[in-house]
Design a binder for this molecule. Structure first.
Ligand SMILES: Cc1cc2nc3c(=O)[nH]c(=O)nc-3n(C[C@H](O)[C@H](O)[C@H](O)COP(=O)(O)OP(=O)(O)OC[C@H]3O[C@@H](n4cnc5c(N)ncnc54)[C@H](O)[C@@H]3O)c2cc1C
Length: 392
């Protein structure tokens, strides 16, 4: 049986980021392999993401992660340059704008206090401020909003994934086109991992970075991980009258969001729980746009009464069904099984901080830069979910 010090299941943005941070740490001298069944990433979540980077979360850890995410993408040349070439992330610092009704205002203010205390540059706006800054918004029913004053925006997600992968390979990481199909355990440890090719590997540490499919890999190890693939649909549209000034990524009180995309805009929403089964596939259902998304858009932005959908796609959120937060750290009873899962729609931007955190855990035995202890698997057994309120 082959041996390897660290085996990472899944070579999406999370697995590739973990591989990069490990390989870049001078204190890590081990052999590292990433197992990825689909090097084209056709169905992986990373390339299907919107590439949003923000600090407007409710949990301190997510805000700290978002601050590092912004630092990383704006200094990507320092981290990911290979042969003099840095990834072209096309980061656009367009901002995030969360709108609140009277009912949601207290939560918006509470979140804002945590965000600014953590060092994020976020402003609170009144409906009058909003109308003055963004005259295309209908402020009816709004009691306030929060808007980034720098540090939030969106980037090309595939460029970030490829940047991590390319740099990790340049540092000696091996990416293997294969699939984890079985995980054997004995005496509180993973002892062997079976791959689809028939290879069996004994890893010192197994990292589950299988994204939306992380629940399947965990189940192979006999662990019930509350992560499911949940389909999210994105619609791209054109509008005859462009919004001026261009919108930040704006999250309406209905949950429908919008932002600029090319010469037009894109939008999406969270389906109601009863219409949100796992493994729904990658087909786009256009009736949601007609029935839910467009009416909400047109109510908030009257110029969007006349729009035309030009394209659409769907992808899976790596959805944590308990509290919509990341699950990061070792399993309490399987010491060499580490999770980096369940990011529920914000894993792309969390890959730099989580990649660094998992590397710290493996190399130094604990978190250093950001304490992610509360993201541990232990919270499920303890019945102490860590709810993230700002899931878009
Ligand atoms: C429509 C949409 C919009 C999004 N917008 C944002 C956003 O604006 N900002 C943000 O931060 N995040 C966003 N996300 C979420 C983000 O894309 C994910 O959280 C992130 O990409 C997760 O990265 P990952 O590497 O864990 O997963 P993936 O990129 O899915 O990678 C997991 C990999 O594991 C592999 N795999 C599966 N099974 C196995 C196995 N048995 N063995 C080995 N490998 C396996 C898969 O082939 C896959 O390549 C969005 C997601 C979607 C769908």
């Amino acid at each position: 049986m082959a041996t390897v010090d660290v085996l990472i299941a899944g070579g999406g943005v999370m697995g590739s980021a973990i591989a990069y941070f490990l390989a870049a740490d001078p204190d890590f001298t081990g052999h590292l392999q990433v197992v990825e069944p689909d090097p084209s990433y056709q169905f992986a979540s990373s390339p299907r993401s919107l590439g949003g980077v923000r600090q407007q979360f409710s949990n301190l850890e997510n805000i700290q992660i978002g601050l590092f995410g912004h630092h990383f993408v704006t200094h990507v040349d320092h981290y990911l340059t290979v042969d003099g070439e840095a990834p072209a992330l096309s980061f656009r610092e367009g901002g995030y704008l969360f709108l609140a009704s009277a009912e949601g205002l207290a939560t918006l203010r509470e979140n804002h206090a945590v965000q600014t205390a953590a060092g994020a540059a976020i402003d609170l706006l009144s409906p009058d401020d909003l109308a003055a800054r963004f005259p295309w918004i209908d402020v009816a029913g709004l009691a306030g909003a929060s808007l980034s004053a720098g540090g939030e925006g969106w980037l090309d997600p595939f460029a970030l994934l490829q940047g991590f992968r390319k740099k990790a390979r340049a540092l000696g990481v091996e990416f293997i086109a294969d699939k984890v199909t079985g995980v054997r355990r004995a005496n509180g440890r993973v002892t062997a991992v079976d791959l689809a090719s028939g290879t069996r590997v004994a890893p010192g540490v197994l990292v589950n970075a299988a994204g939306a499919w992380a629940g399947e890999v965990a189940a192979q190890a006999g662990v019930a991980l509350p992560v499911e693939p949940r389909r999210r649909m994105v619609y791209v549209f054109e509008c005859r009258t462009p919004l001026n000034p261009p919108p930040p990524l704006t999250i309406d009180t209905s949950g429908v969001y919008l932002r600029p995309e090319g010469g037009g805009y894109l939008t999406g929403f969270t389906p109601p729980a009863e219409a949100d089964p796992p493994y729904a596939g990658f087909e786009v259902e256009h009736h949601w746009f007609e029935e839910v998304v467009w009416p909400a858009l047109a109510a908030r932005v009257p110029a969007f009464e006349a729009i035309k959908v030009t394209s659409a796609w769907a992808g899976y959120y790596d959805y944590n069904t308990v509290d919509q937060n990341g699950i990061v750290g070792a399993h309490p009873e399987v010491a060499n099984l580490i999770f980096a899962n369940g990011f529920s729609g914000h894993g792309l931007q969390q890959s730099p901080a989580v990649g660094r955190a998992v590397s710290e855990l493996i190399v130094h035995g604990g978190f250093r830069a950001i304490d992610l202890t509360r993201f541990g698997f232990e919270r499920f057994a303890a019945g102490q979910p860590l709810i993230e309120r700002n899931v878009v």
